[in-house]
Every structure is written in structure tokens, then in C-alpha cells.
Write a protein that binds this ligand. Sequence first.
Ligand code: F6P
Length: 323
Amino acid sequence: MVNKLKHIGIFTSGGDAPGMNAALFAVAKTVESYGIKLSGIRRGFEGLIDNDLIPLNCRQLQRIMHLGGTLLKTARSDRFMTALGQQKALRTIQKNNLDALIAIGGDGTFRGMLSLANISNTPFIGIPGTIDNDITGTDYTLGFDSAVNTAIKCIDNIRDTAESHNRVFLVEVMGRDSGYIGIYSGLSCGADSILIPESDEDITYLLNKIKNYDSEDAFIVVVAEGDALRVEEVMSQIRIVNPHIELRVAKLGHIQRGGNPSAQDRMLGIRLGVLATTALIEGESGKIAGFCNNKPSLSPIEGVVKKHLVDTELKRLLTLFCG
Ligand code: F6P
């Protein structure tokens, strides 16, 4: 069944992620082919509350689809958590005759859409966009691959200097409560140790290895920011088992969120944008567009806002390479 949508609103929300602009372009391209109007809502739920809408066109987005960040800007909105904020957002939807919404973001964004669904029947589809890769209903979220590639470049650079000085480096990567960036970047850089929230044994592996470390080459430890032990605590534990080593810390921080999206993320943005828009036009709502086993998939939003944990196969790799 093809819906008679005339006007779709789209926004990006939560942390920006490389590939968001590619997804915006793909949505614009799809709606254009159906003759549907597309409006961009700036700064996520904040723009929905403040009636901050701009027209979007395909040509404009085509020229910036290769850039990181998001043309629509983004925000984490405390106001949308209040009943007043949600009522204002509803008024914006009504005032602009928005027939449907597409929300690009992470679990916070999708929880927001669930709250909106309690007071509005406006159909919506979510596109998972977060570097953390912590959303179920898709194998990969938009921005994850680019963030890992950025982390890898940084860790490779750190290795050059670490090898020259025979130093131990602790490199903190992002990911919130998820160890995906940690395990992907750590394994891809030949890290000696990787600490992620999903593993309890990783600290034991690290301390066993480092107590016999003889300072004859580099020793790289990748620590996911969500690990139970913070970098400072890991440093103290290392100093107890091996007090004589030269230790340095590098926190990669927001560097991981910026930069042009990788080919993988551009393609994911294009595929998710088309999938989400087509689904809306065909009458779907309340779902997240994703790719599972490289196949398009639409999952009910209620089920997907849970955590996507580093699985057993990856944890086996951690034991093999770092144990
Ligand atoms: O969710 C993406 C993310 O970059 C996390 O990895 C990180 O913990 C958080 O956002 C940082 O948030 P902010 O940009 O608000 O400091």
C-alpha cells in the first residue's frame, strides 16, 4: 500500500555521526522521486519544540553528503523530556502539516520518538546514527565505521612514538557503554590489551601480560570509555604490578566523531535513507531501519532501544589476541 504523504519532516538528534549527511541526501532523493516535500528540523527535538524548520533540496544535500557532522545540526534536548516540550513539538508538527517524521540518532532519540508516539499518531521511522554501534536491529549504526577508522589512524600514530621510546600507552576511545569501538580499533591495531565493558577477564589478561613486560618495545592498551575501570584506575593497577615502566595516556575524545564518512558509512547512509523513506511511504511506522546480515530490516522501535553488546565471537578474539 502506498501512502499519500505530502510533507515529511526529518531531523538528526543526539551525538552527530559521520554519514548523517549522506542519509539526509538519500531521503531527499527518495522523496523527490515521489514528489513529496521535505523539511529539515534543526537541532533535533529542540527544533521541533521551537518550530525551527528549513526547506531541504536534493541538489544542496548532494554537494555536502561527503562531509561529517550534520547539516541540520543536532542537540541533546532536556526540554523534550518534559510534557510542555512534547506539546510544543506536537504543535510544530500540526502547524507545518507534517504527515510523517524521520529521526536519525541513537537510543535517546528513539526513546524520544516513543514518547512522541504517546501523544501523536504521526507516522515515523528511525535511522540508527551513532558512532557507538549500540543499537539492536542493525549490525552497524551510521558513523561507527568512520569512528573506528579515525581511532585506528590515531592509534597507529601513537604506536610510532610508543615503539621509538619503548613506552606503554593507554588509549581511551569513545563508545559510551559499548565496547564496539574499543574492540574493533584495538584488534585492528594489534593492541596488546583491550578493555571493554562487556568483558570481566580483560583486566586480568592485561595485568598478567604487563607484569612481565620488559620495556623492549611498545605496549598498547585500548580502553573503552565505558569500561568498569577508568583509565586512571587502570594506570594505578599497572603501576602496582610493574612500577618501572614508562606510561602515557591519550584520550582520543571527539576527534572520533568528526571527519568525512568512510565509504562504508556513506553507503550505509544511502541505503538506510532510502529504506526508511520507502518504508514510510509504504505505510510503515514505529520502526527502525537497519541492515542485519547485510539485508534490509525494519524492527519495531520498542524492541531496539536496548543495548547491542559485543558478542561471544568478538570476545573470543579478545581472549585469543590479548589473553
Ligand atoms: O554517543 C556518542 C558519543 O560520542 C559517546 O561515544 C560519548 O560518550 C558521548 O557521545 C559524548 O557526548 P557529548 O558529545 O555530549 O560530550
